[in-house]
Design a protein around this ligand. Sequence first.
Ligand SMILES: C[S@@+](CC[C@H](N)C(=O)[O-])C[C@H]1O[C@@H](n2cnc3c(N)ncnc32)[C@H](O)[C@@H]1O
Length: 420
Amino acid sequence: MALHPRRQKRKTLLLYEKGFSGGCSILIMGGTKFKLLSLQYYKVFTMSIVFNRKGVYMITYLRNLIFNSPNKLISYAEYIGAALYHPEFGYYMKDKQKIGRLGDFITTSNISDVYGRMMAKWFSYVCETSKLAPVFCEIGAGNGRFAKAFLQEWNESIRTPLHYFIVESSPYHRKLQAELLMPDFSFVQLESLGEIEKFEGMVFSNELFDALPVHVIEKVSGQLYEIMVGFQNNELYEQKVPLTNPAIFSFLEESNIELKEKQRIEIPLAMERMLQEISGVLTRGLVVTADYGYTNKEWMDLLRAKGSLRGYFQHQMMDDVLQNPGEMDITTHIHFDYLIQKGEQFDLEVLSKLRQDEFLLKAGILKELENHYDSNPFSEVSKRNRAIRSLIMPSGMSTYFQVIIQQKGWKLIESDVFDV
Ligand SMILES: C[S@@+](CC[C@H](N)C(=O)[O-])C[C@H]1O[C@@H](n2cnc3c(N)ncnc32)[C@H](O)[C@@H]1O
């Protein structure tokens, strides 16, 4: 069983203090001792030491990064970038289940195949009615379950030529996707958007933007500060420094956000780069983004005064994201108004913004329900129907998500893309 995050961190830091050879000697001694008792115990013990040594490498990496940075401080964006995407020790880059019951969090794509299947039908409808080229590009495809459901539906009921691109930065997730999709489905896997030729079609992402690194700022006594991350006494800690980053000032100005006293907020500068890249690969088409987030008005609600930065570890929410870097997911709510406004600067004009349950209803999810009735409550069909209901119930998961559709090089209106 994994250690509780806080205790696990202490152990990691202890090993770090002793150095790697100390860690190894514990491994050998412990391994021998436990091997005499039971092979199973030996295995468990060895694995937990390996797990902790990975944590040691991440802490050492962060310590060096911080000590080599100006004023021995890094921004939260640099910290999150390393904790999630360091090529070797980053959370998303490592071989460890992240999504699903045995992982740290769940996504709509993993609740049921209904989401992917329905999106395939909706995409086919848009291609046919709006004469869009059948090229679908999914960014940040995770374990590939959305892609599998989409491609299965396409092969079974649509059967016209399709190009499916997956752009995924995590080697672990690329491996899972390949295992799930090969050899039955035809798709092209890429590591970054930069590897793709310009195309006409649809770019889709589910919970991609919420996984991008963010800066964090706060207002104290009327002055804006950036919250930086330092390293002292073998601990990561926060330090406020007067805000100087011009890109953050521009973000605040463009978003027309004026922080209240003691308000903290995340600044997603990486969102701009992502939108620019997305627009850059599209000659013409639609960009569909499903994610949780707030409008500028919602950000200013007192309830959100502490911002939205948080971690997820074994389905538990963690307030302190400086704990266990590389071992847990780190996420934030996204800025919807900025996504729309910045998109326009990159020729992505907003076509529609709907709560996910409303989007699913417009895109035809109820047809799935009607077509699959089964009186046996334990059958696969009944399970699927329950999943459909959970996606559209007023208190369900979808009510936290928005689906934003942007268009490039087109003048469609909302009714052009929905069959209602
Ligand atoms: C929160 S997970 C969502 C996974 C999946 N879309 C789902 O709904 O289950 C975010 C995914 O985006 C990937 N990712 C993050 N930044 C990326 C980038 N710049 N390009 C491609 N993939 C990225 C991560 O590796 C991870 O697989």
